[in-house]
Write a protein that binds this ligand. Structure first.
Ligand code: ZN
Length: 473
């Protein structure tokens, strides 16, 4: 799911705006009302591209923590929106104007309300310091803009029409560079202090996510997926980052005398039952194969292609990004696969009917598009590839056809891969070890590493009797 948010469409306005944090004039070409409008527009895009996580209780909890911190920020009057996104990606990001997102992926690795507050405080810091706006303005000034590199000509016809992803660039998901990230940490630490959380939670969170990042490269390889990484991380380990420690210590000085609220029990209760890693309702991608239990299908995409499992489509992109292969579903197709393919690809297309792993199917081929239609359980699965040029498409034709030919009804063994995993909190007993708790885990050989990472006991340390710990079931 390493797709990117389409570029923010902004109007250039001359002049500078005052920065809410520093009070100085920034090279920013947007008023606050424009900033909010940009945030609102792009909020719709984000929610289309990512799913909003289904638990209202969890959304409310995250929102209540976020709103408390926002009231103590440099822009307390801005209206803030906090949304948990249903993705295993490890991320949190902010749009201009107070729209803040945190993934369920990152929540699984946190262990207290103070740590959640630290992540949200960091993102609020990006909003109050107007990093998104500043970044955008600098890019525009340099006349770079953000390219929406859609390689597609307008869609042929339904049912394939719809939401094609744009391959482009953007700082939202990838971070803002070292200086802005440090500034967001510094601001986040101040806001935590004012909200009676310990500002040190910022360093705890960065350490937890750093460990996750270091270990995830290996886990991702084992599981045949893309590594997951938080945008605010840099090469140095947070333990050795003197500027980060200074920023947090500074905030610590201003905390009130009474005890900080940690909220470990509250946070773990709120995240009980949280979906961990892939959500099977969306299907899962393993070693470039896509499995969907409910639809009862499996399909293998070419090696080295990137497979994006989006809410509206499954999209595979060739290594150079010049060919996109989409799979879509038509729930009530009419006619035979051959007739369907003919309607889809047009009169001039070459149509070949065949059986794909026992399922009725048809391949279609024309200079601008290639692919196939497979019927299964009364539904049509359409695999449609388009290339930047007919030559480029032709060069990938064999891979496209073999993808269509790999389509099959899901097997019992594959079905086991798509069972959703969830977090459960237990009270550790004397003598419990992560290695013993990892036995018979559905996470397989990675289980102990995952348990250590999500419980912040990586690489060593064991649960203490009476302590709440998370398991994955
Ligand atoms: Zn950041």
């Amino acid at each position: 799911m390493r797709f990117l948010i389409p570029g923010l469409m902004l109007t250039l306005l001359a002049g500078c705006a005052q920065n809410p944090v520093t009070g100085s004039n920034d090279f920013v070409m947007m008023s606050e009302s424009q900033e909010i409008a940009v945030g609102r527009q792009n909020d719709e895009q984000v929610k289309k591209q990512y799913r909003v996580y289904g638990s209202k209780a969890l959304q409310d909890y995250v929102n209540s923590v976020g709103q408390r911190i926002a009231r103590n920020s440099h822009r307390p009057n801005l209206q803030y929106h906090f949304t948990v996104l249903d993705t295993p990606d490890i991320n949190a990001f902010a749009l201009p104007g107070g729209y803040i997102y945190i993934t369920r992926g990152i929540l699984a690795y946190l262990n207290s309300e103070a740590e959640l507050a630290a992540v949200l405080g960091h993102e609020i810091g990006h909003v109050t310091a107007r990093h998104g706006v500043r970044q955008q303005s600098a890019a525009q000034a340099a006349n770079i803009g953000i390219t929406i590199a859609s390689i597609f000509v307008p869609e042929m016809n339904s049912p394939v029409a719809g939401n094609l992803i744009n391959l482009g660039g953007g700082a939202l998901l990838s971070g803002y560079g070292r200086e802005h990230e440090l500034e967001a940490d510094r601001l986040g630490a101040q806001y935590l202090a004012r909200t009676d959380y310990d500002p040190q939670a910022i360093i705890t969170v960065i350490s937890v996510l750093k460990n996750q990042e270091l270990e995830d490269a290996r886990l991702a390889k084992q599981e045949g997926r893309e590594p997951r990484r938080y945008h605010g991380l840099f090469a140095t380990h947070p333990d050795n980052d003197t500027r980060l420690h200074q920023a947090v210590d500074e905030a610590e000085k201003n905390t009130s005398a009474h005890a900080h609220f940690e909220g470990r029990r509250e946070f773990l209760a709120a995240t009980e039952g949280l979906v961990f890693n892939d959500n099977s309702e969306q299907g899962v991608v393993r070693y470039n194969a896509f499995y969907h239990g409910e639809l009862g299908i499996a399909v293998q995409f070419p090696d080295n292609w990137q497979v994006h499992n989006l809410p509206t489509a499954l999209v595979a992109v060739s290594p150079q990004g010049e060919v996109q292969l989409q799979m879509k579903l038509d729930e009530s197709p009419s006619g035979t696969p051959g007739e369907y393919a003919r309607r889809l690809a047009g009169r001039s297309a070459q149509i070949t009917t065949l059986s794909v792993n026992g399922l009725p199917a048809a391949l279609f081929d024309q200079p601008d598009a290639a692919g196939g239609v497979v019927f299964h359980n009364g539904q049509a699965f359409i695999l449609l590839a388009k290339g930047k040029t007919p030559d480029i498409l032709a060069a990938h034709r064999a891979e496209i056809i073999s993808t269509v030919r790999s389509f099959h009804a899901i097997t019992a063994a594959e079905r086991r891969l798509v069972k959703p995993l969830t977090l459960h909190v237990i009270t550790a007993r004397a003598g419990d070890t992560f290695s013993a708790l990892a036995k018979d885990s559905p996470l397989g050989q990675s289980a102990e590493d995952y348990l250590r990472l999500i419980n912040a006991r990586y690489p060593s340390g064991e649960p203490q009797a009476g302590q709440l710990i998370k398991l994955v079931r």
